[in-house]
Write a protein that binds this ligand. Structure first.
Ligand code: SF4
Length: 227
């Protein structure tokens, strides 16, 4: 790790000492469902719908018996109907293939409908206490702008962060970057002038200005090249 990268991690830790999940959940099943709902939706919105959803469908057994049509009205404000379909189908798979218990490995979790690597890592880190770095859009953007990673894909960013950051700090580092991305290093208009990490930030010192469109184009090209 370079001195710059260490300064960035120290700076993030000092900025967000109490960073933690902003989604509300109290067991692995709730973590799974809340994280599925949070895709392309705010945590605040998800937190508004989950208390009633979990009151009426508290576990995989109850959710597996429901239809997507029954669940959709509960979660409609979080977006697509596909989320209701995925929640019901994931619950059915948990009942049929995992004995009614949310699995605790990346391989098993990513078999569930609607569960990608990021969602699986959230469940592993925050419900099972296992070391993982869920890379969402904020973590991806902030890590690469700061120079903690130099990657065009989420998977590569996750791999580089796991190599760089001590395992004990993985979960917390994930929160630090989400907090910084939401509060300061916005996608479209990062507040570089007031950002305390600016002296160490790779993007702030790059010759070209931070350009969200160029960043998106580079990622699209990488995805295309990957096939
Ligand atoms: S200096 Fe700008 S680009 Fe760098 S982390 Fe701060 S807000 Fe983001």
């Amino acid at each position: 790790m370079t001195d710059n990268q260490q300064a960035i991690l120290d700076g993030l830790s000092a900025l967000y000492p109490n960073a933690g999940p902003e989604l509300h959940f109290s067991n692995p099943f709730e973590t799974l469902v809340a994280t599925i709902l949070a895709a392309q939706c705010t945590d605040a919105r998800v937190n508004k719908v989950t208390p009633v959803l979990f009151r009426d469908y508290p576990d995989p057994a109850a959710m597996a018996k429901a239809t997507p049509e029954e669940i959709f009205p509960y979660v409609k404000s979080c977006g697509f109907k596909s989320k209701a379909v995925n929640i019901v189908n994931a619950s059915r798979m948990i009942m049929e293939q995992f004995g009614g218990v949310v699995p605790n490995t990346l391989e098993e979790l990513t078999q569930l409908p609607g569960v990608g690597r990021k969602t699986a890592n959230v469940v592993l880190a925050f419900s099972f206490g296992l070391p993982a770095i869920p890379v969402d859009t904020h973590v991806f953007r902030v890590a690469n702008r700061l120079g903690l990673a130099d990657a065009l894909t989420v998977e590569e960013t996750e791999r580089q962060l796991m190599e760089l950051i001590p395992k004990a700090d993985w979960s917390q580092a994930h929160h630090w970057m989400i907090y910084h991305g939401r509060r300061v290093c916005h996608s479209q208009k990062p507040e570089c002038e007031t950002c305390t990490l600016q002296p160490y930030c790779k993007a702030a010192h790059a010759e070209q200005m931070i350009n969200p469109k160029a960043e998106a184009k580079k990622r699209a090209q990488a995805r295309k090249a990957k096939g």
